[in-house]
Design a protein around this ligand. Sequence first.
Ligand SMILES: [Zn+2]
Length: 60
Amino acid sequence: MSKTVLAAECPECAADVGLDADARVSEIVECVECRSELEIESVDPPTLVRAPEVEEDWGE
Ligand SMILES: [Zn+2]
């Protein structure tokens, strides 16, 4: 049984970025073309926005 793969457009370079069928809103994906970090804004329709700049402060 194959998974349905959604395709969304990269807001940076307009490439098609595949999303897993179980992708969730606010998940971060990476554009295969420009390697931008993108946040899933919506899955129906699949919409990507540039991920907010997050400081790497994972302070454990
Ligand atoms: Zn891109």
